[in-house]
Design a binder for this molecule. Structure first.
Ligand code: BGC
Length: 581
């Protein structure tokens, strides 16, 4: 600390004391009687962002125009109609008669000078739904933001990201995507200069990642990334929220820091602080693409109950409902921020492509998307193949092929699945989700970071139809031993480079899993992230019911999930498809 900071600090204290005195002088009614006030010390922007006739969603931004910070901020207004505000997000909303009192959340209780806070809520009404005409911030009457140009967040302003009702259909279209400097530097150092400028997603995989970087070698927190995105002139940033209670219930590699019952901690210490950062008006010009909780809901379909694939942990998470609640809460909270685009994870074709799993998944996702105050308006779409290896398109055969009259569905590899690749799966799932109640404009992201399957073992033509299995096995570019294999796959390569709107219903091919980051360790490595050794990451393991009791196909010597795995990165570069020039 230098000597010059001390007087400045004193000055701030003095101002705070003065404003406390003024606040005290206002008394319970809060109106300043007979005192001339030069300019209101606050501005309130109250917007109805969605209205369905007898209910509505409001988004309110309060700005502190005073020279000093304000602690424990509180906003009040009276409704002229019979509106009833329900519980809100980013603040506590309470109503008595027509009077509404909104109090700051503990994690965002101070409004700095010039700073803003945004909160929202759903309300009901009958008749008309006029906006309140007067607002007070800690007792002082505020300016009402009239929607004049220049107020951040108003429609048509520069950088206006739109409201939940008018987000762009595809956030990737026309966007300049953020390149994560942490990953980029690592890739460059590791022989990957040719691809180091590709955009990859930022993973928020534990509470501390919000402020100081996620697993492994990453150093930047969420604000650092958002600031760096602005500095890059990016218009979109991709992130993953990945920290549910009882995370990774069917495996050990990515078990997390929160136990199965810690849903409140997830809400208050993970999602709420992320929402507080993302709703900073400074970032309103960025489209924030958020992939929600990989593998969680799919696990509740396939790895529970009487299925041979069930695990005790997944049964627990189904029974306690905390995956559904956590996803619903994340969608509601982050979806209330107009420039956030949420994509819910849909596993991959080799997981959910069977009839038993496909439609039930769409229904479960709908249930989650309409829980905890969320609506389907909070869902921009779905994310397929995240951190997985399923081929984007099998070029040499389709699900409609047959050999001597027998469908490829009966081959050992396809095993009655309805899909042979990710793109056909993603497009079909989109349709199923719309049938289940999702918006008709949802799109799918396909993670193509590691599903390239190039290199010397890539078949260049369909195989001869000598037998069903010979045809399928000789034709498929996905060279895995079994589609249930997911850890550090030998022979895999980088897939399609990130690309917006590559096919109908597909919002983007995107690199969500940063290539080079491990899927899991084969041997115990002490750590504080909750991660454990996973046999699926051990090349000598003989498998289980979830991978048809096959070999794991994993590369040996892997570090913990999320940590840099140089040998895998080199494998991915070597086997890239399309190849790297
Ligand atoms: C790990 C995370 C990591 C992510 C991206 C997951 O498997 O559990 O810690 O951030 O992969 O590499």
């Amino acid at each position: 600390m230098t000597g010059t900071t001390k007087p400045a600090r004193k000055r701030r204290m003095a101002l705070l004391a003065a404003s406390a005195l003024i606040a005290g002088a206002l008394g319970a009614g809060g109106m300043m009687q007979g005192t001339a006030v030069a300019a209101p010390a606050c501005t309130v922007d109250y917007k109805v962002v969605n209205d369905w006739g007898n209910g509505f969603t409001a988004s309110v931004t309060v700005t502190n125009n005073a020279a000093s910070a304000l602690s424990n901020w509180k906003v009040e207004w009276d409704y002229a109609g019979n509106q009833k505000a329900g519980s809100g997000w980013n603040a506590t909303v309470a109503q008595s008669g027509a009077h509404v009192t909104v109090t700051a959340p503990s994690w965002n209780s101070t409004l700095s000078s010039g700073g803003s806070a945004n909160f929202g809520f759903n309300g009901t009404y009958s008749g008309s739904n006029p906006a309140p005409s007067t607002f007070k911030l800690n007792g002082t009457t505020c300016n009402v933001d009239s929607g004049d140009p220049g107020d951040p967040g108003d429609p048509g302003d520069p950088g206006d990201p739109g409201t939940p009702g008018n987000r762009v259909d595809n956030p990737y279209a026309g966007a300049k995507l953020y390149v994560n400097p942490d990953w980029s530097a690592q890739a460059r150092r590791s022989g990957g200069a040719a691809i180091a400028n590709q955009p990859t997603a930022v993973w928020l995989d534990r509470i501390s990642a919000i402020t100081s970087g996620s697993a492994g070698e990453n150093s930047m927190g969420l604000r650092d990334h958002l600031d760096a995105a602005l500095a890059q002139g990016a218009t979109a940033l991709q992130m993953v929220t990945y920290n549910l209670p009882g995370r990774d219930c069917a495996a050990l590699a990515s078990q997390g820091e929160l136990g199965p019952t810690e849903i409140d901690k997830y809400k208050r210490q993970f999602i709420d602080p992320i929402a507080a950062i993302l709703s900073d008006p400074k970032y309103a010009s960025l489209r924030i693409i958020n992939v929600v909780e990989i593998d969680s809901l799919p696990n509740l379909i396939t790895n529970v109950g009487s299925r041979p694939t069930a695990t005790a942990n997944c049964d627990t998470m189904l029974a306690n409902g905390n995956y559904v609640k956590g996803v619903g809460y994340a969608l509601a909270k982050l979806g209330a921020i107009p420039n956030v685009y949420n994509y819910i994870d849909i596993g991959h074709h080799g997981w959910l492509g069977w009839d038993d799993n496909f439609a039930p998944t769409a229904k479960l996702l709908y249930q989650a998307a309409t829980s905890e105050g969320s609506t389907v308006n909070n869902v921009a779409g779905f994310a397929a193949n995240v951190a997985n290896y399923g081929a984007l398109k099998e070029p040499h055969f389709t699900i409609n092929d047959s050999v001597n009259g027998t469908s490829v569905r009966q081959s050992k590899w396809v095993d009655w699945n309805r899909y042979v690749d990710e793109q056909s799966y993603a497009q079909a799932f989109r349709e199923e989700a719309v049938k289940a109640g999702f918006r008709s404009d949802v799109g799918v992201i396909i993670d193509t970071s590691r599903n390239g399957w190039g290199g010397p073992n890539r078949p260049s033509a369909p195989a001869a139809k000598t037998s069903l299995d010979a045809f399928v096995d000789g034709s498929r570019v996905d060279r895995r031993i079994h589609t249930g294999n997911w850890c550090n796959q030998a022979g895999a390569g980088l897939g399609e480079r990130p690309k917006a709107a590559p096919a109908p219903g597909i919002d983007a091919y995107a690199w969500i899993k940063p290539p080079g980051e491990s899927d899991g360790a084969s041997e115990d490595i002490p750590n504080e992230e909750g991660k454990k050794a996973d046999q699926m990451c051990d090349p000598d393991y003989g498998g289980n019911a979830r991978n048809g009791n096959s070999k794991s196909g994993a590369l040996d010597g892997a570090p913990l999930s999320g940590h840099w795995f140089q040998a895998q990165f080199e494998e991915l570069l070597r086997n890239a498809y399309p190849p790297i020039n």
